[in-house]
Structures are given as structure tokens and as C-alpha cells.
Design a protein around this ligand. Structure first.
Ligand code: ATP
Length: 198
């Protein structure tokens, strides 16, 4: 199965673009959503998080104590690295399990992850797409979508590689700046992936 990684900075529009690929018949693994799910459902991961950050990491009913975890990792790179060292391998395992159940009729699959390059996940994909948009456009989109301040978006942006860093690692690009046609770009890539697959 041909595996295509897709990433982009916060607000670049990668999820929106993945929905277009899905409409063309591909299946998409949304790594960030899966990470949130398995932090509650994967017993090995839950035990690892409790062992590293304490029983307070979860509420009595098993729900992740987001505020507690965020308080530990948000401004502490070493603690964030510890959390990532637990979560990323668990997401890789979940991805392998997911790939195994994708129907044969699916021409190729996409793995969408905000930290595709930062986590090393791109190395498990055959090709990787970077979605780009100007920083000010991304900023405005996320402020509108999440009802957050400019400073809050910037704090999240600062934790990601810049587009300049990611450009070197990507095989394909989609410019989602609201003046280029995204549909045309997606259709062109879709055709290329069908050819790679054959
Ligand atoms: P995150 O990293 O935060 O998950 P993302 O890269 O997945 O973000 P999306 O959630 O797809 O980005 O898009 C961010 C917001 O911008 C959404 O509200 C989406 O509807 C909007 N958006 C994306 N692309 C466009 C576009 N071409 N024109 C107008 N709005 C867009």
C-alpha cells in the first residue's frame, strides 16, 4: 500500500485538504486525533503516562487530565520530549494496525500529522506532502476557528518547524493561500499517486 504523509503548520489547511482526498476515494489516518484517543484507550500508553507524570494524569473516570499534562509539558521541552517518546511510538503502532485493515480497493493512503517531520513519522511514508500558507493567513484562520488570541496561536506555531525547515523534507507541496486552486493541486497529486502505485 502506497503511504503518503501530509503535514503543514497549524492552520495551513491540511485537514481540509485531506477531506478532498477522501472524496477521491483514499483513506486518511488522522494521527493527531488518534493520539488523543489512544492516550485514553491504549493500556500500555496509559500506564506509561501515569508512570512518568503521576496518577493525576487521569481523572477517576479514566479521562485524560489535559490541564494537568499541559501544565507540565507546555513550557518544558524536556517534559514534552518525554511525553512524545511515549505517544509517538504508540501512534506508529496504531497506524500499522490501521493500515492492515484498509480495503484493497483503496488506491493509496494518507497519514495526516501536524508533527510528521518533527516526530520522524515521515520516514515511514513513501512520499510526503507539505501544505503551505502564509503565516498571517494561518494565524487568522486558527484565531477564527478556535476563538483564541494571536499570542496563543503564536505559542503553538513556535513549537513547530518553520515551512523553510519542512520544505527540505517534503516531496510534494500544496499552496493553500486562498488564491491558488487547491482542488486542481489535489487532483494533480492524486493522478501522480495513482501512477506511482501502478
Ligand atoms: P491544525 O494544524 O490546527 O489542525 P489544519 O492545518 O488541519 O490545522 P484546517 O483545520 O484544515 O487546518 O484549516 C484551518 C481553518 O482554515 C479551518 O477553519 C478551515 O475551514 C479554514 N480553511 C482551510 N483552508 C481554507 C481555504 N482555502 N479557504 C478558506 N478557509 C480555509
Amino acid at each position: 500500500m502506497l503511504k503518503i504523509g501530509i503535514t503543514g503548520g497549524i492552520g495551513s489547511g491540511k485537514t481540509t485538504i485531506c477531506h478532498i482526498f477522501e472524496a477521491l476515494g483514499t483513506s486518511v489516518f488522522y494521527a493527531d486525533d488518534v493520539a488523543k484517543q489512544i492516550m485514553v484507550t491504549d493500556p500500555v500508553l496509559v500506564a506509561g503516562i501515569k508512570g512518568t507524570f503521576g496518577e493525576e494524569s487521569y481523572q477517576q473516570n479514566g479521562v485524560l487530565n489535559n490541564k494537568y499534562i499541559a501544565g507540565i509539558v507546555f513550557n518544558d521541552a524536556a517534559q514534552l520530549a518525554k511525553l512524545n517518546a511515549l505517544v509517538h511510538p504508540a501512534v506508529f503502532r496504531a497506524f500499522d494496525t490501521w493500515v492492515a485493515q484498509v480495503p484493497e480497493t483503496c488506491p493509496y493512503i494518507l497519514k495526516e500529522a501536524a508533527l510528521l517531520f518533527e516526530s520522524g513519522s515521515y520516514q515511514m511514508c513513501d512520499k510526503n506532502i507539505l501544505v503551505t500558507a502564509p503565516v498571517e493567513v494561518r494565524m487568522a484562520r486558527v484565531m477564527a476557528r478556535d476563538q483564541v488570541s494571536q499570542a496563543q496561536v503564536k505559542a503553538r506555531m513556535d513549537k513547530q518547524y518553520t515551512d523553510e525547515q519542512k520544505l527540505k523534507m517534503a516531496d510534494f507541496f500544496i499552496v493553500n493561500d486562498e488564491s491558488s486552486s487547491v482542488i486542481e493541486q489535489v487532483l494533480s497529486l492524486h493522478q501522480q499517486f495513482l501512477q506511482i502505485k501502478d
